[in-house]
Design a protein around this ligand. Structure first.
Ligand SMILES: Cc1cc2nc3c(=O)[nH]c(=O)nc-3n(C[C@H](O)[C@H](O)[C@H](O)COP(=O)(O)OP(=O)(O)OC[C@H]3O[C@@H](n4cnc5c(N)ncnc54)[C@H](O)[C@@H]3O)c2cc1C
Length: 385
């Protein structure tokens, strides 16, 4: 079909990039979201996200991240939007170095830089970090961070500039499709030749019989701490993105833009309703974060909390993405399950989904619904790292 009409529901990272790619390939695209691209309830909301290619032995994600980074870089240069900052990423490994070992091998095999930094050298280069409990340090020079909500809004604008349209509306939940197209929450319908649902943590309720609990939204708190006045030790280039794979997986971003020093804990929180739950941080969470900072970044002991975000992961049982055709509705595609690592992949996901929708490829079995039919012996092993 030339110039098919495609409705993309959900203007988070997965949806905006899919819509842009489809527009560029000649489709007539309508991008739909109830609250706007990268809104405060979306998993793509908030200020920033890490982009890195280190994925243990999961070469499929390493390649996807490399592809996505190339596209982020190209588009950002072309748009002059300042969505990407390549600060590099500092990996702090604890007693268990298996993730670092596997990542180093994968990156080496793929010809991507990942530098081993000796501990004495790391202490010299990063005196603002206390390296207690750290056995090895790796530096990934091409990594960095992306502006999240702002990028979604920018890419959605590009969709419109390049000929697509944007509509503030919601698909009725659960999704109902008839001869008039997809039912909307206001009682009207939206018709198209194909429908793409990139609704992140809402996919389970939109498709209860197909997705259901296979995409589970969990509450994730993100904190911003104030750094001492005029102190550049916590901004890039003195401090890159850092990821601490010690007892718990925690990470943060340099305080580059006046919003403070970002800190987050990757441990999945309680299940959240992304539509109705409040977005206030918990006292315990803030205290835990302060304690961590005092240990790892001693000059930030007692630093005031200057901002916070409560977001959600939308995780699958194995933390792998979900990208598949609806098993009964040939015109419907479903993509999500970013599982705490989907944002960076936006441009690559857009290319994958556009090729599927336009009939140029078939779903990768690693990402299909079919894989959930036969859980591995011993159960799912969440988090690929
Ligand atoms: C705290 C935190 C830290 C993270 N860190 C990283 C990181 O460092 N690097 C990384 O790569 N990833 C990271 N992630 C994961 C990443 O942000 C997500 O996987 C990704 O943003 C998911 O994008 P999405 O488009 O699938 O979903 P979303 O961004 O949630 O988009 C779904 C959209 O669907 C819309 N919608 C809802 N209902 C309807 C409806 N009925 N009709 C139409 N539209 C609807 C919503 O409004 C929303 O805009 C992190 C996530 C969180 C929460």
């Amino acid at each position: 079909m030339t110039n098919p009409r495609v409705a993309v529901f959900g203007a988070g990272a997965f949806g905006v990039w899919t819509a842009l790619e489809l527009v560029r390939r000649g489709a007539v695209v309508t991008l739909v979201d109830p609250w706007g691209p990268g809104n405060a309830r979306a998993s793509s909301g908030g200020r920033t996200r890490v982009i890195r290619a280190t994925y243990g032995s999961h070469v499929v994600y390493t390649r996807m991240a490399v592809r996505a980074l190339k596209r982020w870089r190209e588009y950002d240069t072309q748009w002059k939007a300042g969505l990407l900052r390549q600060t590099g990423a500092l990996w702090l490994l604890g007693a268990d170095t298996s993730f670092g070992d596997a990542s180093a091998k994968t990156l080496r095999d793929e010809g991507i830089s990942l530098d081993e930094v000796g501990l004495p050298d790391a202490e010299r280069r990063f005196p603002q970090i206390a390296f207690e409990g750290i056995s090895r340090v790796l530096f990934e020079p091409d990594a960095g961070y992306l502006f999240a909500s702002r990028a979604c809004a920018h890419v959605a604008d590009r969709v419109v500039v390049e000929g697509g349209s944007y509509r503030q509306a919601a698909a009725a939940s659960p999704v109902a499709i008839d001869g008039r197209g997809v039912g909307l929450a206001d009682g009207s319908s939206l018709d198209a030749d194909c429908f793409v649902f990139t609704c992140g943590p809402w996919l389970g309720t939109l498709f209860p019989d197909i997705v259901g609990s296979l995409v589970t939204p969990t509450r994730q708190e993100v904190y911003y701490f104030g750094v001492p006045a005029g102190d550049m030790r916590f901004a890039s280039p003195a401090l890159p993105v850092w990821l601490d794979c010690g007892e718990q997986f925690t990470y943060g971003m340099p305080a580059d833009d006046g919003h403070g020093f970002k800190f987050a804990d990757d441990t999945p929180g309680a299940v959240i309703d992304p539509t109705s739950d409040e977005r206030m941080p918990t006292t315990e969470g803030v205290e835990r974060a302060s304690r961590y900072l005092a240990g790892r970044f001693p000059a930030l002991r007692g630093a005031p909390l200057v901002g916070s975000e409560v977001c959600q992961y939308e995780s699958t049982p194995d933390s792998h993405f979900l990208i598949d055709r609806h098993p009964r509705e040939q015109r419907v595609w479903i993509a999500g399950g970013g599982s705490g690592h989907g944002f960076k992949m936006g441009p690559a996901i857009g290319e994958i989904l556009a090729a599927l929708v336009l009939g140029e490829s078939t779903p990768d079995p690693r990402f299909t619904l079919e894989r959930f039919k036969t859980p591995p012996t011993g159960g799912w092993a969440p988090k690929w790292s």
